[in-house]
Design a protein around this ligand. Structure first.
Ligand code: F0G
Length: 398
């Protein structure tokens, strides 16, 4: 197990506190030796235990398991959605409902590993910039671990549920007069200067290891099979890579066979990766003023863009952009056909799937999994705004 730069291939010890490659500035990834994993795997236990992040502990870069900080993350439902499948036009459709995590988003999978690593490295304070879910999750795990927590948020652009969580869990919360991209640039500078503050944005290679478990769980819940496609919303662009890596590692140790085609979805007003993929480019051009109702993915300069482009290209996938109108429609479809309540960023997957099926990029006989990354209660204001309002009547029967 070691850290490896995805750009120049330099290798580093696993307990280094780097966020990016000290040689070339490239993104880092934790790489395991398949033979080492195979030796440690307890296949019988893997098949018997219910899904959870720590069920897959062999694949996690934690050296001291006594330090694990857990709120019971992972083990979220994989709903089979036949009514929604008919609506979008595929035969077999599943929604991986990440709203079922302790703080209502997939971020908890990363934070249980990231905050545990922070303890292993001796950090006293953890920090992040966030569109809201990362901060809610980090604040909760920092509280559980007894660590200080500082979060930088774009002022006035964070959905209320997420802000409420961040504040109540006790994070020191700073509202930046700027967007997420600016908040992230600031917190990176703070963590470079202040070695006592540990950065837990998705640049952090350890945090992403926990998010691999979405891929593990999908395969596990499908009876150790991989779907044809996995559709993921992209903001800062780390999750699609993490899920892809999960499938790669299961394949490498022989638990499953093959890799699903990875499909990344962005909002029309924040789609630098869609443009790069469709334009056949290796580098993306940042969007200066990202705008979308899906505030979670309102990001113009995704730091993990190079990882997302690799995951999509290597799996022979593609990327698609959807409008706010399509997102709202999909959010209601998920709620009204399947009883699944998600925030707008998550609904972008169903909107994207519909578009890709219509355009012929996804065939009707495929098995597709959409990753619904966050709970509907994260953004109650948007949910109310786009819904029919209650009818007011006097409090009498006739
Ligand atoms: N869906 C939700 C609900 C999110 O909160 C995020 C990211 C994404 C999708 C995109 O994931 O960044 O790995 O591509 N939210 C971050 C945050 C940026 O601060 O909570 P990604």
């Amino acid at each position: 197990m070691q850290l490896e730069c995805i750009e120049c291939g330099s290798k580093f010890k696993i307990n280094e506190r780097f966020y990016t490659c000290p040689k070339c500035g490239g993104l880092l990834e934790v790489e395991f030796e398949p033979s080492e994993l195979k030796r440690k795997l307890n296949r019988k236990r893997l098949r018997a235990e219910p899904p959870s992040v720590w069920k897959y502990h062999t694949f996690m870069p934690i050296l001291d398991e006594s330090k694990i900080v857990s709120l019971g993350e992972g083990g979220t439902p994989l709903y089979r959605c036949d009514r929604l499948a008919r609506e979008v036009g595929v035969q077999e459709l599943y929604v991986k409902f990440e709203g079922g995590n302790p703080t209502g988003s997939f971020k908890d999978r990363g934070m249980t590993v990231g905050v545990t690593k922070a303890l292993e490295l001796g950090a006293r304070t953890v920090a992040c910039a966030s569109t809201g879910n990362t901060s809610a999750s980090l604040a909760a795990y920092a509280a559980k671990a007894g660590l200080g927590c500082v979060v930088l948020l774009p002022r006035g652009k964070v959905a209320l549920g997420k802000l409420a969580q961040t504040l109540v869990y006790g994070a020191r919360t700073i509202a930046i007069k700027g967007n997420f991209d600016q908040a992230l640039a600031l917190v990176r500078k703070i963590c470079e200067e202040r070695k006592d503050i540990y950065l837990l944005n998705s640049l952090n290679p350890f945090r992403l290891q926990g998010q691999k478990s979405i891929g593990f769980e999908i395969a596990d819940q499908l009876g150790w099979k991989v779907p044809d496609r996995v559709v993921v919303p992209m903001g800062n662009c780390a999750n699609i890579w993490a899920i892809y890596k999960g499938f790669i590692e299961f394949d490498a140790v022989g638990l499953t066979r093959g890799i699903p085609v990875m499909m990344g979805i962005q909002a029309e007003g924040a789609k630098p990766i869609v443009d790069a993929i469709k334009g056949g480019l290796d580098k993306f051009k940042p969007v200066k003023k990202p705008e979308t109702i899906a505030t979670a993915i309102r990001i113009g300069n995704p730091v993990n863009g190079p990882k997302a482009i690799r995951a999509i290209r290597r799996s022979k996938g593609t990327a698609e952009a959807v409008s706010d109108k399509e997102i709202i429609k999909a959010q209601k479809l998920m709620a009204r056909l399947e009883g699944i309540g998600v925030e707008p960023a998550s609904a972008s997957t169903i909107a994207g799937l519909k578009k890709l099926v219509r355009g012929g990029a996804i065939k009707r006989d495929e098995c597709v999994v959409c990753v619904a990354t966050g709970h509907i209660l994260k953004d109650p204001e948007e949910a109310i705004r786009v819904s029919e309002h209650p009818r007011e009547v006097p409090a009498k029967y006739r």
